[in-house]
Design a protein around this ligand. Sequence first.
Ligand code: HEC
Length: 203
Amino acid sequence: MSVQSPGPLSSHEYDGIREYDNPTPGWWYAILTATVVFSAVYFVFWHASVAGWSIHDSWEDDQRAEYARIFGAVGQLKPDEASILAQMGNPKFMNIARATFIGNCASCHARDGGGDVGVNLCDESYKNVVKIEDLFRVITDGANGGAMPSWKNRLSDNERVILASYVASLRGTTPARAKAPEGQPIPPWPRPAAPVATPPAPK
Ligand code: HEC
């Protein structure tokens, strides 16, 4: 490395040591100024203006787009008996609900609903469910002081309706490992009164 040409000696001296008066180079000031200006622009754009966007905003946009893609044609599904029964016969929605179940519920209820930490959802006995709508209520609000978590803020209304339908459809299936029944046997689900018109599922 080349040594900068020594400028004039400065006037002070300490223990016989003297130093040259070399100014801080211009490029150093240029970088300093650039970072100060950048930080000001950065702050104003991301923190002090409405123009900046956040990772949460883009997540919400994506979520909205995904809900529109999945549920676009059906609008808001009602969490009532007729609609939960009707969606049991909608293979497209049952596939989606199955994926949601495996992603969120299988850790406690096992992939096939046979039960683990959570109760067996394939047998005839239920702890918190008497009518089919109760499935939606338990999924929405949770049960047993949070042992069964609430999904109100984690899954949309429609997702919870089709999940209730999916869980209803698990009843009577044979899981690989069935946890012993808990709660009380309940009457069978009602049959859909008349064929309920289900809007075509989006492609
Ligand atoms: C952290 C573990 C856990 C997760 C995750 C979980 N559950 Fe549960 N679930 C439980 C437990 C424990 C119970 C039994 C509550 C009780 O004792 O009353 C339960 C009960 C239920 C019941 C009521 C069954 C009955 O017999 O009353 C339904 C329906 C249900 N869960 C569905 C789901 C769905 C759908 C998901 C996913 C969105 C899910 N659960 C995720 C632990 C879990």
